[in-house]
Design a protein around this ligand. Structure first.
Ligand code: PMV
Ligand code: MG
Length: 327
């Protein structure tokens, strides 16, 4: 029996801009996990706690992404996998409301990682990222793949995106092996944060669907937005790596202002309230990811201000989902 976990992720900076190839986002791993258990079996069976039934490899809409992930690993392996039972648990939700720290892609990373480990198929983290991105592109995913980079590396990363359209076009003409050997043009850098701060995650309890948010917002992304966001994202990266509080506050404020001006769909009332809660505190807050709901984040530079922020959040119906103390 093999048990493997993958965590969640949250965007720190670079939302929407990272959809354009060559732009950078900073994305943080969140230690709230999904689990996959693989055992040898007489026949293939796949079960996720998202659904109340199990499947084999016959096409099933709900299980299509997991089935595609199995197929990707099988192709990479170059021979059929022996029969297995795969059970996936950990819905990253409460009261049937998703947290918004996972992604549809989490399950792809988890499935590929778990089966590779079970069948002793060597896989580097970069191969795990590429195989997962390949699977999602094949299914027409419209994201930047930043979520996958963070979840595959299970770390704080700076991800610079590749041209997904170009690679997706190659899928029908090149073999998986040729594709794996190609340079796709992305970079993923692990960051070692030196910042002394509390990292807080506030959950709005309002689920947002990134795919729909992207479709709604992408047409209003301007070159100005891209350029200004990129500068602020690189400053955020520097601030995290050098432990510069003021630079972190200033650069995240800029990223947040740019998101606010991009589309009114991003800062819904609860995210506005999450942001306003920082007033007068030594802390910086912002919406995280696509916005429209899900989570916001904060870096707070004193214990007292963290407590005040958490209290203010609670008073406007924002739940503290996760906290990392590093003061
Ligand atoms: O809401 P999330 O955490 O899935 O983040 C979406 C971030 C976007 O930049 C808006 C989309 C993407 O795939 O990069
Ligand atoms: Mg989201």
């Amino acid at each position: 029996m093999t048990t493997v976990q993958t965590g969640g992720k949250l965007y720190i900076a670079g939302e929407y801009s990272v959809l354009t190839p060559g732009q950078t986002a900073i994305i943080k791993n969140i230690p709230i996990y999904m689990t996959a258990t693989v055992t040898d079996a007489e026949q293939i069976s796949i079960m996720s706690d998202m659904f109340d039934y199990q499947v084999n490899m016959s096409p099933d809409n709900n299980y299509a992404l997991i089935q595609e992930s199995v197929r990707t690993l099988e192709t990479f392996h170059g021979q059929p996998l022996s029969s297995f039972s795969l059970v996936i648990t950990g819905k990253l939700e409460k009261d049937s409301l998703k947290f918004g720290i996972g992604s549809s892609g989490s399950v792809t990373v988890l499935t590929i990682k778990a089966l590779a480990q079970h069948f002793d198929i060597p896989l580097t983290v970069d191969e795990l990222f590429k195989l997962s991105a390949y699977t999602l592109l094949k299914r027409g995913d419209n994201g930047s793949m930043g979520d996958i980079a963070c979840i595959a590396y299970d770390d704080l990363v700076a991800y610079t995106s590749f041209n997904r359209e170009k690679i997706a076009d190659q899928i029908s003409v090149k073999s998986l092996f040729e594709l794996m050997a190609m340079d796709w043009g992305y970079t993923i850098e692990r960051l070692t944060p030196r910042i002394h701060a509390d990292f807080l995650v506030g959950w709005t309890r309002q689920p947002a669907i990134s795919k729909d948010m992207i479709n709604q917002v992408k047409s209003v992304i301007t070159l100005d937005y891209l350029n200004q966001t990129q500068v602020a994202v690189l400053k955020t990266k520097e601030a995290l790596q050098t432990g510069n509080h003021n630079l972190l506050k200033m650069s995240l404020q800029t990223v947040s202002d740019l998101l606010l001006s991009l589309s009114s769909a991003i800062y819904i009332d609860k995210l506005k309230a999450l942001k306003e809660s920082e007033n007068g505190l030594d802390a910086i807050t912002k919406s995280s990811g696509s916005g429209g709901g899900d989570c916001g984040i904060a870096y707070s530079f004193s214990k007292k201000d963290s407590e005040l922020l958490i209290e203010r959040w609670a008073s406007v119906g924002i739940e503290l989902l996760h906290q990392e103390r590093n003061l």
